[in-house]
Design a protein around this ligand. Structure first.
Ligand code: BGC
Length: 819
C-alpha cells in the first residue's frame, strides 16, 4: 500500500459492508424502456451507505481540517450540519489516474467534549455509486470503475496549545442507509420514514453516539440492519490529487411556473425552464406516503407526460417516502435533465410554493453579456447559457440526461462560445488534464473523456475508440483557450499531448490506404498518405438532410461525410500545430508541421477540389471546412464560396451542417463576402435553423434541429445539448463585431454588424485587461457606436468607409449609413 501520500499518511481506504454491484453489461444501447416495480432496488440497485464516526476533541481547537474522498460520491455532515456545499464530490475524473480529495475547514462545527458536554461530535458520511459503480453513459451499464464503494477520511487538528493530532476514523461504523438506491441515471429512492433524523443523529442516535453501544455490532438501526465496522482495504493512493477548481453546486433555485392535475390524479409540474438538477419538495405529511417524481424534458403532443430519453437505466425517477411532520427533501446523488415533473402519490393538493427546481452546475463566472433589438436572438443567447449550465456538471458533457458523458467533439465545437460566455479556463484546463490522462500510448484521445469502459464496446463496433474532429479537441481547445486568454501556459502544458495526437493522425493517414488504392494512378497513390481517409470518423454528425431520410440513423451521416471531414480536420490540426510550435518557439517542430501541412493541403486540393472550385463531396459542411481551413486554392475561393451559397439556396435557405461544420458556417459565409446568407441562416425560422427551436418553445439548445418536427411530433432526443449553441460566438464576433486579432485581445477590431438588420446590439466580453463593451445602434440612418475598451488593447473601429484607432478607453463614434 502506498502510504507516501502527504495527506492520507495514517488512514486507510475503508469499505462499508455491502453487497457488491453486479456488473451490468448490455448488448443493446436502446433496449425498450421498462419501469421496474418497486422491488427493483433489491435486484440491480444498491442502497447508499451511511458511515458514522464520533469525533472527540477535548481541548480548544485552533484549526481542524477534514480530508475526504470516495469510490463513489458522498456528502458529509458534522453534528447534523452539512459540511461544504459541493455536490457529487469527489466528482468525475479518470479515477485510475486522478481521483480528487476534498478538504473542509470544520473548526466552527466541532464541539469540544468536556464534563458539561460529554457527547463527542458525530461525523456522518453518505456514499453512493455515482460514476464509480452506478449506471452511466450511453448503454447505462454500471461498475465502470469498480463494483463496491470505499471511503477515505482523515482529520488534521491543530490545538490552541500547539498540539497536533491526526484522526483516521478507523473506528467508524456503517450501515445501508435509508436511501434505498441512489443512481446518477436512474434516480434516488429515499425512505425518510426509516430515518427521520439521520443527519443529526446517525441512524440510531443513542447507539451511534455513546461509545459503548455504538461499538455494539448487534445494535440495529431503524432500517433493520446492523452497524458494522468498515473493512480496511488496500487500494491505490498514488492517484490522489487535491480538489482542482470549484466543485458542482446548486447554483440557483427556480420557482416552477405551473402545476396541473392529470385525469389519472397525478400532477405535472412545469419548471418553465429546461435544466439539469433536481426537484426540492416541502410538505407536511404523515409518515409513509410514497411520492414519485418522474422527470422529462418534453411533454407529448397532448401535454401528457412523455419519456423522451430512450434506453436502459434512464428513468430519471425519484421516490420519496415521507416521515412525520413538516419536511423538505431533494435527492443528493442523482441529477436529471428536465423541465417537467410528473408527481404521483402527493398527499392532498400540492401548491407551486412547495417546489423548487435546484439548478446544478460547476459555477463558472459569467463574463459574456449580449442584448440586441431582436428578442428571439436574446432568447437564443439565454438558451445557450442554460445549455452550458446543464453541461458543465463536473466535466463538459454532451447532455444531462441520456449520457452525461464527456464527448470530446461536443466540447471542441462549443469551446469558443464557452470562453466568451464564462470564465471557463480552469474548468476546461482541468478537463484537458483528463484528456491527457486518457490519451493512449499511440497518441489517440478517446471519443469520450473520462473514458467509461462501456464506450469500448461501442468503439469495438465502429472499429476505433477515437474519431477525427473528436480527438482533435486536444489541439483545438488549448488553442482556443490560449487565443482567448493569451496564456501560453495552456499550450505548454498540452504541447506533448497535442504533438502525440498530431502524430497519431499523421501515422493513420500515412498507413491507412483506401481499398481502391491499387486502382489509382501513381500521382493519386502518392497523395493518399496525406489524407486521413480510412479510419472510422463520426463525420459531419447528424447532418440534417441525411437524418430526415426515412429510417435514417446517425451513423448514416458519418458514412456520407467521414472521409472529407477527417482529412480536413487533419489538415487543420497540423496547421494549428505549426502555429502552436511557433508560439512555443519550437522552431524545428514548426518547420516540420509547416512542410507537412503544405503536403496535406496539396493532397486535399488535388483529391477533393475540382478545377471550377466545386468539391467532389457535395454537402455544405464539406465547403465550410474546406474554406475555413484554407484547403481551396486562393483563386478558387470565391467560386467555392458561391457554390456553398447555392447549396444553401437549394436547401430552402436553410443550413445543412452537422457537428463538425456548424460552428464554422456563419464565419465562413461572412469571411467570403456572403454575410447576407449568414444572416439569412441565423434569422431562419424554418427547420433546420436556430430560430426554429425558439419558435417551438425551446428553453435550451436541442441535439437535433427537428427534435420537435414541423408536424408537432416530439422526438426521442436530447433537448439539452450545447453543441449547436456554438453559434453564440458569432453574436459577439459578428453582431457586436468584437474580433480579437491577437491572442489575449492584445489587438482588437470592432466591426459592428450593422448590416444584420438589427437596430441595436450591446455586448461585453472579458479580456485579460478587463471587460470590453461595444454598444451600437442605428437611429434615422445613423450608426452610433459606443465602446469601452481597456487601454492596454490596441483597438480599431471599422465603420463603412472609415477606420478609426480607438485611443480612449471610452469612445463614441457616428457614421451615416445613407449613401
Ligand atoms: C452524443 C453526441 C456525441 C455523439 C458522437 C452522441 O450520443 O450525445 O453529442 O458527439 O454521440 O457522435
Amino acid at each position: 500500500m502506498n502510504k507516501n501520500h502527504a495527506i492520507f499518511s495514517t488512514s486507510f481506504w475503508m469499505e462499508p459492508v455491502q453487497v457488491p454491484e453486479k456488473p451490468d453489461i448490455s448488448d443493446s444501447y436502446f433496449e425498450p424502456y421498462v419501469i421496474d416495480d418497486d422491488d427493483r432496488f433489491y435486484q440491480d440497485l444498491r442502497p447508499a451507505q451511511l458511515v458514522c464516526c464520533p469525533l472527540t476533541v477535548s481541548k480548544p481547537v485552533k484549526k481542524a481540517v477534514l480530508y475526504a474522498t470516495a469510490h463513489g460520491i458522498y456528502t458529509l455532515y458534522l453534528n447534523g450540519q452539512r459540511i461544504g456545499n459541493q455536490e457529487f464530490a469527489p466528482e468525475f475524473s479518470p479515477y485510475q489516474k486522478c481521483l480528487m480529495y476534498q478538504s473542509y475547514d470544520i473548526t466552527p462545527l466541532l464541539k469540544i467534549s468536556n464534563p458539561a458536554n460529554a457527547a463527542p461530535s458525530l461525523l456522518t458520511m453518505v456514499v453512493a455509486g455515482g460514476w464509480w459503480c452506478g449506471h452511466v453513459g450511453l448503454s447505462g451499464d454500471n461498475c465502470q470503475y469498480g463494483d463496491r464503494l470505499a471511503i477515505l477520511l482523515e482529520c488534521h487538528i491543530e490545538y490552541e496549545d500547539g498540539d497536533f493530532e491526526i484522526k483516521d476514523f478507523s473506528e467508524a461504523k456503517s450501515s445501508p442507509s435509508h436511501i434505498r438506491y441512489a443512481d446518477l441515471s436512474v434516480g434516488e429512492y429515499c425512505d425518510a420514514s426509516a430515518a427521520p433524523d439521520w443527519r443529526r443523529d446517525g441512524l440510531n442516535r443513542n447507539d451511534a453516539r455513546s461509545g459503548d453501544s455504538f461499538g455494539d455490532d448487534n445494535a440495529r438501526n431503524d432500517a433493520g440492519t446492523h452497524w458494522l465496522p468498515l473493512k480496511k482495504i488496500d487500494l491505490p493512493m498514488d492517484n490522489l490529487v487535491p480538489q482542482i477548481g470549484d466543485g458542482v453546486q446548486i447554483i440557483k433555485r427556480l420557482t416552477p411556473h405551473a402545476l396541473k392535475q392529470m385525469p389519472d390524479g397525478s400532477w405535472i409540474l412545469d419548471v418553465g425552464q429546461n435544466i439539469a438538477g433536481y426537484l426540492e419538495i416541502s410538505l407536511d405529511a404523515k409518515a409513509g406516503c410514497k411520492i414519485t417524481l418522474e422527470h422529462t424534458e418534453m411533454l407529448d403532443e397532448k401535454g401528457e407526460f412523455l419519456r423522451c430519453i430512450k434506453g436502459r437505466h434512464k428513468e430519471q425517477r425519484d421516490v420519496y417516502i415521507t416521515c412525520d411532520g413538516q419536511q423538505s427533501w431533494h435527492p443528493s446523488f442523482t441529477y436529471h435533465g428536465f423541465r417537467y415533473v410528473k408527481i404521483t402519490g402527493w398527499p392532498g393538493v400540492p401548491s407551486l410554493s412547495q417546489f423548487h427546481a435546484c439548478v446544478l452546475s460547476t459555477p463558472l463566472r459569467r463574463t459574456g453579456f449580449f442584448e440586441c433589438s431582436d428578442a428571439r436572438l436574446n432568447k437564443l443567447h439565454e438558451n445557450i447559457w442554460w445549455s452550458q449550465l446543464a453541461n458543465t456538471i463536473s466535466i463538459p458533457t454532451d447532455c444531462p440526461q441520456r449520457e452525461k458523458a464527456g464527448w470530446t467533439g461536443d466540447a471542441m465545437i462549443y469551446s469558443e462560445t464557452m470562453c466568451l460566455l464564462s470564465d471557463a479556463e480552469a474548468f476546461l484546463r482541468r478537463w484537458l488534464s483528463y484528456c491527457r490522462a486518457e490519451q493512449c500510448p499511440d497518441g489517440s484521445v478517446p471519443m469520450v473523456v473520462p473514458y467509461l469502459r462501456q464506450y469500448e464496446k461501442f468503439a469495438a463496433k465502429v472499429g476505433s475508440h477515437t474519431s477525427a474532429g473528436w480527438g482533435d479537441a486536444i489541439v483545438i481547445i488549448p488553442w482556443n483557450l490560449y487565443f482567448h486568454s493569451g496564456n501560453v501556459e495552456i499550450l505548454e502544458e498540452n504541447y506533448a499531448a497535442m504533438k502525440a495526437w498530431a502524430s497519431y493522425a499523421e501515422s493513420h493517414a500515412r498507413n491507412g490506404l483506401p481499398a481502391n488504392f491499387s486502382e489509382m494512378d501513381s500521382e493519386r497513390q502518392k497523395r493518399q498518405t496525406y489524407l486521413w481517409n480510412t479510419d472510422f470518423c463520426f463525420g459531419d454528425w447528424l447532418l440534417p438532410s441525411v437524418m430526415k431520410q426515412p429510417g435514417a440513423v446517425p451513423m448514416d451521416s458519418a458514412a456520407k461525410t467521414a472521409e472529407l471531414m477527417a482529412s480536413a480536420y487533419y489538415a487543420n490540426t497540423i496547421w494549428l500545430m505549426e502555429k502552436v510550435a511557433g508560439v512555443l518557439k519550437e522552431q524545428e517542430d514548426a518547420n516540420y508541421y509547416h512542410d507537412l501541412h503544405e503536403k496535406i493541403r496539396a493532397a486535399f486540393m488535388a483529391e477533393y477540389v475540382r478545377p471550377d472550385g466545386t468539391l467532389t463531396h457535395e454537402f455544405q459542411g464539406a465547403y465550410v471546412v474546406s474554406l475555413k481551413f484554407h484547403l481551396v486554392p486562393r483563386k478558387l475561393r470565391a467560386q467555392t464560396a458561391r457554390r456553398l451559397c447555392e447549396l444553401i439556396a437549394q436547401n430552402d435557405d436553410c443550413l445543412d451542417t452537422g457537428f463538425l461544420s456548424v460552428h464554422l458556417l456563419l464565419d465562413v459565409l461572412a469571411e467570403t463576402g456572403h454575410a447576407d446568407v449568414a444572416y439569412k441562416l441565423l434569422f431562419q425560422t424554418k427547420c433546420p435553423g436556430w430560430l426554429y427551436m425558439i419558435e417551438h418553445g425551446a428553453t435550451t439548445i436541442w441535439e437535433k434541429w427537428d427534435c420537435i418536427g414541423s408536424d408537432g411530433s416530439i422526438g426521442a432526443y436530447s433537448y439539452n445539448h450545447y453543441a449547436f449553441g456554438c453559434v453564440g460566438k458569432w453574436f459577439y464576433t459578428r453582431l457586436a463585431g468584437i474580433v480579437a486579432q491577437a491572442p489575449g485581445y492584445r489587438k482588437v477590431r470592432i466591426r459592428p454588424g450593422h448590416d444584420s438588420g438589427l437596430t441595436h446590439v450591446r455586448a461585453t466580453v472579458e479580456t485579460p485587461y478587463g471587460p470590453l463593451t461595444v454598444a451600437w445602434e442605428i437611429l434615422s440612418g445613423t450608426l452610433r457606436v459606443e465602446t469601452v475598451i481597456p487601454k492596454e488593447i490596441d483597438a480599431r473601429l471599422s465603420l463603412p468607409g472609415r477606420e478609426i484607432k480607438l485611443a480612449n478607453e471610452k469612445s463614441q463614434n457616428w457614421c451615416s449609413l445613407i449613401d
